[in-house]
Design a protein around this ligand. Structure first.
Ligand code: THU
Length: 140
């Protein structure tokens, strides 16, 4: 299913807004994500850190888990924006999802069409398929 540029930009804007809610006092690295369902709903997430570092949760999985907990199972795209706390749009670099988040997404976002949209600003996006980022997921 085609996701046009206007949708990509809206999703990018939602990821940048979600980034403002990051709780990242340990790394100082703020990440936001916005996940689009096949019905056009958007679920957002931010990274949430913990004094016990291994408990930290990435923005992508926050968005994915809140969507699944709300009853969603089918998704079209996720936008991700990350950078140091003090950075504003445009961010200095793209923030590709970590390997754990790629695997978590692969559970629900099967098929070639799912897009991973990396965001520096609403105007500066890089679009990949999940298959490009995780060519051989563990799965059924
Ligand atoms: N982080 C994310 O939220 N998403 C990513 O794709 C990469 C890393 C978070 C985890 C941690 O809170 C901080 O960024 C530094 O690694």
């Amino acid at each position: 299913m085609h996701l046009d540029r206007a949708w990509q930009k809206d999703l990018a804007a939602a990821a940048l807004r979600a980034r403002e809610r990051a709780y990242a006092p340990y790394s100082g690295f703020w990440v936001g994500a916005a996940l689009l369902t096949i019905n056009g709903a958007v679920y957002t997430g931010c990274n949430i850190e913990n004094a016990a570092y291994s408990v930290c949760n990435c923005a992508e999985r926050t968005a994915l888990f809140s969507a699944v907990a709300a009853g969603e199972r089918r998704f079209r795209a996720i936008a991700v924006a990350g950078g140091r706390q003090e950075e504003k749009e445009p961010l200095s670099a793209f923030c590709p999802p970590c390997g754990v988040c790629r695997q978590a997404l692969s559970e629900f976002c099967k098929g070639r069409a799912f897009q991973v949209i990396l965001v520096r600003s609403r105007e500066d996006l890089r679009v990949f398929t999940l298959e490009e980022l995780l060519p051989l997921p563990f799965g059924d």
